[in-house]
Design a protein around this ligand. Structure first.
Ligand code: FAD
Length: 409
């Protein structure tokens, strides 16, 4: 604990201003909660990863948050999938979830969520380094890297896959996978010719790499390259020029369209991420609430990108969490003028219900993602065989995850 006495912070402190944190703040705001603050370690909204695919379940959550339509205007409807193998002339149809699917620029998504919040809700430059519980008042105490300490009645950890709040709850660090992903955005000022499809390109004799592309609108195309490590390792992470050069080397021989797409990407759109996940069984048994502290998004359930659901699951979390809090906490208390002002008991009941409502959903998403990841990663034939069998038995409809409705806010 820092040497100075902790200051009284806000009622609800959200740690992390990514998709999960902003969506949670907006959901709470729309349910009438006041005195909510988002503490983000960066100095501005981050949009690492460039773009994000959102399926029908995510759009349902965005509609509940009131930002669905403005985002629909910025991203074309994706109408299917195709796969291009090197030794085949024609692309093959690839199963792709039915229902609404669009790929949205991450900055459009975070701006839409942040702009719908009251001014000054998001506080930048707050890097949480530890969280403790004051045992007398049962109040969480937040310590930031500049030595500042704050108290809050409620803390919601939305601080991503390397979460300080999750470790306070006793969760293990997320597991690193032997796969990484490069992502970028190609801009075609005169328009591009790509159909509104998710296109996957790979060599027939699997080298473990997958190049994917999805149009965002008629000028922008999002692409990614998933690759086994250590083909590209962590030292590339912070240098976009190295990321671009290494990516171009790795896709040498790929179709000219893919190479041109990487070449014309702005350096500031490029990122390299080492993939992480929580094992499905950790999701099944994890303690996701302690006192008035809970988790949302990757902090709770980081999963690989293989079924494209981590971000949408975070949006669903936000809706379900705010709904449960509003059901338990009186409107006057939400505004800080009631008689009880958010009693610990009510908050804990709300969080327990939230965890109960979310656990099986995120367990299913994590399990499916994990199994698909086993098929893509460097695993033995026997492991892949077992993964296919389990997928076949338990995930007979591979896109069933998009049909989920998190319900009304
Ligand atoms: C390669 C890749 C592709 C993906 N593609 C998709 C996709 O197509 N569709 C999809 O739905 N999902 C996708 N995902 C998953 C998706 O990106 C995540 O699930 C989503 O970003 C989670 O949001 P979050 O807010 O929980 O975490 P994050 O986006 O990681 O945000 C966490 C925020 O917390 C801040 N923070 C971290 N630590 C602290 C601290 N100590 N103090 C204060 N602030 C802190 C960070 O700066 C950041 O702003 C993909 C992931 C990867 C890696």
């Amino acid at each position: 604990m820092g040497s100075s006495e902790p200051e009284n912070g806000c009622d609800v402190a959200i740690i992390g201003g990514g998709i999960g944190g902003l969506a949670t703040a907006l959901a709470l705001h729309r349910k009438g909660f006041q005195n909510v603050a988002v503490y983000e370690k960066s100095n501005s909204l981050r949009a690492e990863g460039t773009a994000i695919g959102i399926f029908a379940n995510g759009w349902r959550a965005l509609d509940q948050l009131g930002v669905g339509d403005q985002l629909r205007d910025k991203a074309v409807l994706i109408q299917g999938g195709q796969e291009i193998l090197f030794d085949q002339d024609q692309p093959q149809n690839m199963p792709y979830p039915a229902g609404e699917a669009r790929c949205v620029k991450r900055s459009d998504l975070t701006n839409a969520l942040a702009n719908a919040l009251p001014p000054d809700t998001v506080r930048f430059g707050f890097n949480l380094v530890s969280l403790e519980m004051d045992n007398q008042s049962m109040t969480p105490v937040l310590q930031f890297d500049d030595g500042k300490t704050l108290t809050a009645k409620v803390v919601i950890g939305c601080d991503g896959s390397n979460s300080v709040v999750a470790s306070f709850l006793g969760l293990k660090a997320a597991t690193l996978v032997s796969l990484g992903s490069v992502r970028g955005l190609a801009n075609y000022p005169d328009g591009h010719q790509f159909p509104p499809l998710f296109t996957r390109i790979k060599r027939d004799q699997g080298d473990g790499m997958v190049f994917g592309l999805i149009p965002i609108d008629d000028k922008l195309v999002y692409w990614f390259l998933t690759l086994p490590l250590p083909l590209l390792d962590g030292k590339f992470r912070d240098d976009p020029e190295l990321i671009k050069d290494a990516t171009l080397r790795m896709i040498n021989g790929y179709p000219a369209d893919a190479i041109e797409m990487v070449e014309k990407s702005d350096l500031d759109s490029l990122s390299f991420t080492r993939l992480r996940y929580r094992h499905p069984w950790e999701i099944l048994v994890g303690g996701f609430r302690k006192g008035s502290v809970a988790l949302v998004g990757d902090a709770m359930h980081v999963m690989g990108p293989f079924i494209g659901q981590g971000g949408s699951a975070s949006l669903e979390d936000a809706v379900v969490l705010a709904r449960n809090m509003a059901q338990k906490i009186d409107i006057l208390d939400r505004c800080g003028v009631g008689t009880q002002i958010m009693s610990h008991k009510k908050i804990e009941e709300a969080f327990d219900q939230y965890v109960k409502d979310r656990r099986m959903r995120i367990f299913q998403l994590s399990t499916q993602t994990y199994l698909v990841g086993l098929l893509l990663g460097r695993t033995s034939f026997a492991t892949k065989f077992i993964a296919v069998k389990i997928l076949h038995i338990f995930f007979r409809d591979p896109s069933g995850h998009t049909k989920y409705d998190c319900g009304k806010l």
